[in-house]
Design a protein around this ligand. Structure first.
Ligand code: F6P
Length: 372
């Protein structure tokens, strides 16, 4: 069925929201080139995610703006993980208040003559995108995040590059851990999901992998390190999610960013574990926090391809008159899924996931009591 040309948007705007990840520019390029060259649309870039929508900062993109950016990390539009138009913190008569300014944003969208919005982001961004869709704005989302925790898509772009970066870090830490006979802990991002730690931990051959979905028992981990050293392996590599938590305990919170829609910032479990393991085993232990390195750099080939497919598909959906959807990877295909399904809950690692079963079979410790 050929798209109804009356339904094809003439003017669209794109924003990148939430924490950045490799591949954002590849998506911006794919969206803008498809929209401009295939459909003759005007394309506007909103600056710094939803902050630009609230503060009315946007500019029209030219083909030159989106040329030569495929391989660049970051985002030419800027991003923010603090601004929520439905719960916006602002000063009213000297008092800090939280207000719903989404109506002003819709007014701005209309005043700019934008027929549709493309929101590139993770869970938080897609929540807001869905709310704008419910307000009657034509919206298509595009799933990104190194955490890979967005439901309804097999993978988000940015994830594979982060896995590659973290795997390379584990490889490098391996050699120094071996040289000094240490327990080397590598703390990774991922928020409440262990995908990044699991995939890079297995790829880097980590001996211990601790993820939020499987609570760890410190005694089990300490025993495993000691057993390795008794059997002549004089080092241990531990890949640990920032959200890993001990049995019956809590995640380690680095700080609370009060004006952020998702205020909790995790971090610090690596150093806590290093001290505890050293005390329990008598082995020397060190922690390395990979932090924002995992979000930086040029996207790998897989993410460039996925981002390009997502960007193209998003414009196609708009041209077909769709709204409230996002392109998702299902197997080898890109298919539209509803935003409300994508944000219904976080996609966590099932404890019986095939990768976990494979790693356990190879002797990897997940911090729990091995089944008899
Ligand atoms: O969601 C992406 C992510 O990098 C998480 O893995 C991490 O917990 C969080 O963002 C860090 O946020 P910030 O950049 O605000 O420190």
């Amino acid at each position: 069925m050929s798209p109804d040309s009356a339904a094809i948007p003439r003017r669209i705007a794109i924003l990148t929201g939430g924490g950045d990840c490799p591949g954002l520019n590849a998506v911006i390029r794919a969206v803008a080139k498809t929209a401009m060259f295939d459909y003759g649309m005007d394309v506007y870039g909103i600056e710094d995610g939803f902050r630009g929508l609230i503060h009315r900062n946007a500019h029209q993109l030219t083909s030159a703006d989106v040329s030569g950016i495929l391989t660049l990390g970051g985002t030419i539009l800027g991003s923010s993980n603090k601004d929520n138009p439905f719960d916006h913190s602002m000063n009213v008569n000297g008092q800090k208040q939280r207000l719903d300014v989404s109506g002003d944003c819709v007014e701005y969208i209309n005043s700019m003559g934008w027929d549709a919005l493309i929101c590139i982001g993770g869970d938080g961004t897609q929540h807001m995108a869905n709310k704008f869709h419910q307000l009657g704005v034509r919206v298509v989302g595009i799933p990104k995040t190194i955490d890979n925790d967005l439901e309804a898509t097999d993978l988000t772009f940015g994830f594979q590059t982060a896995v590659d970066t973290a795997t390379e870090a584990i490889d490098k830490l391996h050699t120094t851990a071996m040289a000094h006979h240490r327990v080397q802990i590598v703390e990774m991002m991922g928020r409440y999901a262990g995908w990044l730690t699991l995939y890079s931990g297995v790829s880097g051959g980590a001996d211990v992998i601790l993820i939020p979905e499987i609570e760890y028992d410190l005694e089990v981990v300490a025993r495993y390190c000691k057993d390795r050293s008794r059997h002549g392996k004089r080092f241990t590599i531990m890949a640990v999610s920032e959200g890993a938590k001990p049995k019956g305990g809590e995640m380690t919170v680095a700080k609370v960013v009060s004006d952020s829609p998702d205020p909790v910032r995790l971090g610090g479990v690596g150093s806590v574990l290093a001290e505890q393991i050293a005390e329990l085993t008598g082995l020397e232990a060190r922690a390395t926090v990979l932090g924002h390195l995992q979000r930086g750099g040029s996207p790998c080939a897989f993410d460039r391809l996925l981002a390009t497919r997502f960007g193209f598909a998003a414009v196609e959906y708009l041209a077909q008159g769709q709204s409230g959807v996002m392109p998702a990877l299902k197997g080898a295909d890109i298919v539209p899924v509803k935003l409300e399904d994508a944000v219904s809950h976080l996609k966590l690692v099932p404890p019986d996931h095939h990768v976990i079963r494979a790693a356990r079979a190879l002797g990897t410790c997940f911090g729990d009591e091995p089944e008899a």
